[in-house]
Design a protein. Structure first.
Length: 253
């Protein structure tokens, strides 16, 4: 009985690799201010139809360029409710901006960074994302197909759940990319392994007891991080997880 349960529990490395696939596949041919508004409203609509909203949770949403120009921002919920209880607060926006800073620092989604750090057993300080950075799922880079140097924008949402916030933003981006490509008549290359309703994540209880649970081996699917002077880069690896220092010669390769 336990062996069948163990087989379906993904490791943090598996989740990080899945998130990296999402980043690689969910890319736009073009991205405008109108796209940002449509995408932001879609995230809001998806959240308002979720169980978290039914339970009284709120969300803050922001889509901004990599340079910090706001294209869309809204709140789903009440700030300063007459009862004295609000499901969002000014702290919500502070957390969201800190998550956006993680994407600007690493060019990766905040959830990828969170799960990658956990898989490697590293702290935010060791990976250079402490202080103003909040390593919490929910901020996702927006890439253009023909601009592989850096993301053009960042879509982020915060409702207090790392897993759910990442799912809200990543699946909405996925669906919007599919819609735009279908309308333009172009064929899409999003793999079937990425086309799932949400990224599988171990529950808190599983995480606390992962040392005693036989999860999938790192030798099957792992993540290697390269901690560089000005950012991170991540790629799938089949042998081990490691950090190596930035080499000046790599810039010339």
């Amino acid at each position: 009985m336990f062996s069948s349960i163990h087989a379906v529990i993904p490791s943090d490395a598996d989740v990080a690799n899945q998130t990296l696939k999402e980043e690689s596949n969910y890319r736009f041919s073009t991205f405008s201010a109108t796209d940002a508004v449509t995408l932001g409203l879609s995230i809001r609509k998806r959240f308002r139809g979720s169980s978290r909203h039914v339970k009284g949770k709120g969300m803050v949403i922001s889509i901004q360029t990599i340079a910090g120009h706001t294209l869309f921002a809204c709140t789903a919920g009440d700030l300063g409710h007459p009862s004295g209880e609000g499901d969002v607060s000014l702290d919500s926006w502070a957390c969201l901006e800190s998550m956006v800073s993680v994407v600007k620092r690493t060019s990766h989604s905040s959830y990828y960074v969170e799960k990658g750090m956990s898989a490697m057993g590293k702290t935010a300080k060791q990976m250079g994302v402490e202080g103003e950075f909040a390593v919490h799922g929910g901020a996702f880079p927006i890439w253009l197909d023909n601009a592989p140097c850096c993301p053009i924008a960042i879509a982020a949402c915060y409702s207090g759940s790392s897993q759910e916030d990442h799912r809200f933003v990543s699946t909405t981006i996925r669906d919007y990319v599919l819609k735009k490509q279908t309308q333009s008549g172009t064929r899409i290359s999003i793999s079937s392994s990425v086309l799932q309703s949400e990224t599988p994540v171990p529950t808190l209880a599983n995480q606390e007891h992962r040392d005693s649970i036989a999860v999938s081996s790192y030798s099957q699917s792992e993540v290697r991080y390269v901690h560089q002077e000005k950012g991170w880069s991540g790629e799938t690896a089949s042998e081990h997880l490691r950090i190596r220092p930035h080499s000046p010669l790599e810039d010339d390769v």
